[in-house]
Every structure is written in C-alpha cells, then in structure tokens.
Design a binder for this molecule. Structure first.
Ligand SMILES: C[S@@+](CC[C@H](N)C(=O)[O-])C[C@H]1O[C@@H](n2cnc3c(N)ncnc32)[C@H](O)[C@@H]1O
Length: 260
C-alpha cells in the first residue's frame, strides 16, 4: 500500500504501545508489505502479538540484499555480515563453496553476489522449509537437504565452507527475545549444553569435505572463543578468530593443520 501520513503514524503508535523500539520503521515496512487495509490490520495485529517483522513482510535486508524469509524459519542476523566479509576475503577464482546449515541461504547468496570472481555455491540444511527458501536464491540442484554434510554428493570437496550453525546454549534459549524463542525453530537456535554440540560434529566431519588448502569459517558467540578454539584445534585444525565489536560478531576461521 502507499504511505498515508496519518495512517502510518497511527500504526506506529500502536506498535510503540506494544513495545516496538523502531515503531516508525516497522510501521513503514508493514504498510509497504500490505496490499489492502484489511491485510495491513492483520499484519499489525500479528506484529503486536510478537511475530517477527521479517516473517510478516516476507524478507530481510542482509548484506545489502533483499532475502526472502517466512514463518517457520530463522531470520538472518545483521551480525552474520561479518562472517560473509571474512569469507569474501578467502574466495578465489573458481572456488567451490558450501553454505552449511544454510537456513534461507542468505550467506551463500551474499557470497555469490559479492564475490569478484565466479564461484560455485552449494548449500545444505536439515530443515525442509529452509531448503525451499534457499532453493529460490541459489542455482538449481545446488541446495540439498540433509544432516550436516549428509545430503551432498560424496565426491565434492570445498575450497571454503561457511557455517552459521546453532550455537546458543540450551539454558539461554529461554532468555532470547520472543521473536526468536517463540517463532524460530528450536533446531535453528539450540546448540546444546555449551552451545557447541553442532560445532563438535562439524569439526569432526569438515576436514574430509575440504580441499587441502580449504578454509572453514563459522560464527560463534564471544564467550565461546576459548572453548570453540580448543574444540577445532583438537579436531586437527589451526584456528584464528576475527571479531567485530561494533556488531558483536565473532568468526572462527579454521584450516587443516599441516599433515592432517
Ligand atoms: C542459526 S540458523 C542459521 C541459518 C543461516 N545460516 C543464517 O545465518 O541465516 C541454523 C541453521 O542450522 C540448521 N541446522 C541445525 N542443525 C542442523 C544439522 N544437524 N544439519 C543441517 N542443518 C542444521 C537449522 O535448520 C538452521 O537453519
């Protein structure tokens, strides 16, 4: 719908009253994302009830790109742009890249759009709905469903693996904002007791899917730096950490130790 100052202000006031911190911006997005007055009203009520704005308007802007999302899947976080930027520094001409635990495919898509050379991006996720969204962004046949590497052709080897996998400790899931806690799949958030259960499995399996000079880039929480570094080292990798304090983003970059 087109903007109308009085109606937009009334929507913003209702959202603010329901607790929205960015009420004007959210009102503008809901107006733009609606087709009729009835549709707008249903979106406003859903937002006031706590549904993620991005699920309602059907997209998130990530790394400067409009990425489709919808109910039932994880909404890419702005901090994950740091993972993309770290990975971009590692892509080479003809790199074969895997977006592991891809969700809606935002990371792989951002890499394919921002890389200055031709890269071949694959993506995989356990969740059927996520795979459906990622398939809209990446070339046909490149998005597969499976447990970690389970659905991929066994002959593939990757120059770069990027993974924003679940890393929230189980006890902290209940403390997340309701948008995440109540509207994103538990399997997208819950990383087990210390948040590193999926990382343990990725570290154990990634080496055999990487070329000898391949790199593995993954997001973790800042409090996990010591434990995650030790975990990847124990699995045969050398590790470096890249931190962006401004957006509270931590990327762990790993490569196979010589001789492994
Ligand atoms: C934190 S979300 C991140 C999604 C996406 N990488 C992003 O940044 O927007 C984690 C994703 O991992 C997927 N996932 C969790 N366990 C998995 C597993 N064992 N194998 C494959 N995918 C898994 C979830 O379905 C979810 O889409």
């Amino acid at each position: 719908m087109d903007h109308a100052p009085d109606r937009d202000a009334a929507v913003a006031a209702r959202l603010r009253q329901a607790g929205s911190v960015f009420a004007e911006e959210e009102a503008a997005s809901l107006v733009e994302g609606s087709t009729t007055a009835e549709h707008l009203e249903s979106l406003v009520l859903a937002r006031m009830a706590g549904q993620p704005l991005e699920h309602l308007v059907g997209h998130v802007v990530f790394h400067g790109l409009r990425v489709p999302v919808g109910p039932g899947i994880f909404v890419p976080r702005q901090r994950t742009a740091h993972l993309v930027d770290c990975a971009l520094g590692l892509v080479r001409e003809t790199s074969t890249v895997l977006d592991l635990c891809c969700g809606c495919g935002a990371i792989g898509y951002a890499l394919s759009r921002a890389a200055e050379c031709e890269i071949d991006v694959w993506a995989t996720d356990l969740d059927e709905v996520s795979v459906g969204y990622a398939s809209r962004l990446l070339p046909a046949g490149r998005v597969v469903r499976g447990d970690l590497f389970g659905g991929l052709p066994s002959t593939l080897r990757f120059d770069l693996i990027v993974a924003n996998a679940p890393y929230v400790p189980t006890a902290r899931v209940a403390l997340m904002p309701p948008e995440a806690r109540d509207h994103e799949p538990r399997a997208a958030l819950d990383g087990g007791d210390d948040g590193l259960a999926v990382h343990r499995r990725m570290a154990g399996a990634a080496g055999r899917w990487m070329t000898s000079t391949g790199r593995f880039v993954t997001e973790i929480g800042e409090p996990q730096i010591v434990a995650a570094t030790s975990l990847y080292r124990s699995a045969g990798f050398d590790v470096t950490i890249s931190r962006d304090d401004e957006i509270d983003a931590t990327a762990l970059i790993a490569w196979r130790r010589a001789g492994r």
